[in-house]
Design a protein. Sequence first.
Length: 350
Amino acid sequence: MAQISTKLTRLIDINVPITCPPMANTSSAVLATEVTLGGGLGFLTADYGDVQALRQSLADARGLLKIEATGNLPIGVGFLTWKLEEHHDSSRAYDMIDAALSNKVKAIWFSFGRHIHTWIQRVRQWDKLHLQDTKVFVLVSSLQEAKVASKDWGADVLVAQGIEAGGHGASYAPPTLSLVTSILKHLPENGPPVVAAGGLSNGSHVAAFLTLGASGAVLGTRFLLTPESRYTDAQRARLLTASAESTVRTLAFDQVRGTLGWPEGIDGRGTRNAIVDQFEAGLGIEELRARVKEGTSRDDPDYMIIWAGTGVGDMTEIKGAKVLVQEMHQEIVRRLKAGAALIEAEKVGN
Ligand SMILES: Cc1cc2nc3c(=O)[nH]c(=O)nc-3n(C[C@H](O)[C@H](O)[C@H](O)COP(=O)(O)O)c2cc1C
């Protein structure tokens, strides 16, 4: 299979310019490691701030990849930065970041925070002290955020997340295509790699963004439809029948489960179901919580939180994460070749 070489693949030494993002309450050690084994980069999540669970996931990943205790771990870890910022005593937040860094992970991902630069400094200080070279991914939702993250904070990779994205994101984000294009236009050529996130379903979509000048792509929703994600069969079945039109940006899910405190402008895209309908109709939150608790216990997708991006309508099968990455690799190469073949060689004599 032809190799794909982009700023991202060279920077983090991967074969396929695809990353599976940290997905709170959803990613798993086996998902992250299978994506890495497929040639991309898989991320673990610190969820909503459970350091013990994170340590366990890191140990599991190490076991799955059969890497000894002192070896580098070729996966990343992502933090919902506002959850780190909730700890007024920052040593508790540092515990979490240090758990990842002491495992010598390849990358740390920061998103949805008010003081992301201070957490980046923690990574840089650690690296200096321990002679490591951890790459920092920062999720951005506007050109302005991209400028700050790259110029002021020195982010190594910009994750340009558009409005189509599944899970949490900025309600003010432009569509992924516009966001990626404007970031590439306004940042210098030698700036950090830009990866596209939001609404992508397959290798053709990734190839389209590579031809625009992006260095890679993030697919979240697509990896929910793998046996390795923590979604239940009922949640996966709902995703398989969902269409782009059946997703909605909402805070209903956060209200119901009490995960509140997101920075201004952040909400999440999920599948419209009874939770969203009844929240919008004004049902009292306690009653709604009771219905969700009961519905979840019988695996009823109408009463479960199911995040999804707009690309969900094109996702028709459940497949192992490693094979998925390998197949997308092939599709990217096929599409890029087909694109190049559209250019006619100049005719001699013309
Ligand atoms: C279930 C789910 C959970 C997510 N959790 C996080 C998270 O914890 N941190 C984060 O930065 N992004 C999170 N995201 C967003 C992803 O980073 C990514 O931007 C998004 O999945 C891309 O859009 P797509 O789902 O249409 O591929 C999540 C997405 C999903 C689907």
